[in-house]
Design a protein around this ligand. Sequence first.
Ligand code: GLN
Length: 526
Amino acid sequence: MKYIVVTGGVMSGLGKGITTASIGRILKNRGYEVTAVKIDPYLNIDAGTMNPAQHGEVFVLKDGGEADLDLGNYERFLDISLTSDHNITTGKVYQTVIEKERRGDYLGATVQIIPHITDQIKESIKSAAQNSNGANKKAEICLVEVGGTVGDIESMPFLEAIRQLVGEMPKEDIALVHVTLVPEDNMGDHKTKPTQHSVKVLRELGLHPDVIVGRSENVMSSSTKKKISDFCGVAQKAVISAATAKDIYEVPMEMEKEGLASVVRDLLHLEERSVDNEWYRTVSREYTKRASVAIVSKYGIEDVYISIKESLKHAGRSLSTEVDIIWVDAESYEMSTLADVDGILIPGGFGSRGIEGKISAIEYARENNIPFLGLCLGFQLAVIEFCRHVLGWENATSEEMGEGKHVIAILPEQEDVTDLGGTMRLGDCEIDIKKGTRIEKLYGATRIVERHRHRYEVNPDYIPDIEKAGLVFSGICGPRMESCEIPEKDFFLATQFHPEFKSTPTHPSPPYLGFVEACAKRRKGE
Ligand code: GLN
């Protein structure tokens, strides 16, 4: 097992996750089995209880792990499925160490950050790297991204653990990549001082980078690279320029052009292998059609729905359709905003803020036969909208939202749940698909597996009446309704599950493919 550890300098939000995933893609294109681990130095056990408006999307893994959104980037770029072990947090590490201490595993020792926490970090990294359930095959190379910025108090034990790993391993088994900001002054000159400072901090911690990836708006000149090389003690060819790309999926190609592949090959003593360009061809397919999709949401930031955004892109690429996303504020939009769009998408969410706006958007889509895709909360609201306006149950609502006729009710097993962390219906579940439905056509299967994250469901008491009125529950998992559709509409589909968590550029998700195709047809007036 070889390791590539990625750290970040100067500031957060540089695209370290995309850089990590891109390095992985470059190796994967050469046939290496790659896996990835994200270290998040916060005290939360996982991202499940964190506000997505602050932290970005909570990405759901197949085993139900609620993870940092970078795990989504790894899965999309590397076409692998990871587990909660691939997201190591300070909370998880301390929890494990404290449990061991209570069991008496440390045999009377004073339990300390060094060696006990650092040993646990090393063990967690190694076991995640070996976990062959994560990667589809046993991985040969494991990427380890250390969240945050070097110098943060929180990340100190992790960087110390990495320092120890470097000391314990043959040099050719571990490489350090440092991603930093290289800002431009108003003359357009690249400034290397922040990079020099962050490398200095890294060196004080006993870590010497093998590769520096400089993030900047425009490509760095060779003189800038030479300066970084001279001041930071890194070979000039190992100073890689990562200019802002038009599309994240172009980043591996750009880094490939910068010569990153041969630098990594030399560092890790990898054999020369030919490159399979299939992935590059897939992500750069030409667009010949367009479609606009309104996403009605209560959050003003797109990172909350990054997997949905990417899934639309994956489906769009494979259908040669450029999807323009229009972010619509659920609480303040004018109906006329929806008049010109080719499709309406209602994403997942929690709490009652903005739901009336979302329900009105669904009503508009249904009445005007505009392609509609509802996801999780969007599925529940589609059921509520149908009950209110087709069945005439004006007070239909969800138990989550307060008083009314609860056509959406708490899952029975959730009734007594008091802890909020990790207790929803989470991760993979098998779903039976009804024959002859739209969703059967889209998946080409009568049994599928998709990921979940919810506490509420369609109230079983009302299912017969709802179905009699024409809403078809086309997917079920035992007593749970998993999808609904209106057959006579051009495209009206909603799912309790989240198909966006399994979509990748090479395997676009079937509901998204169907939706984007319907939107493109509407645009062309077909
Ligand atoms: N709030 C809803 C529930 O808990 C929907 C969750 C979601 O959209 N992820 O069931």
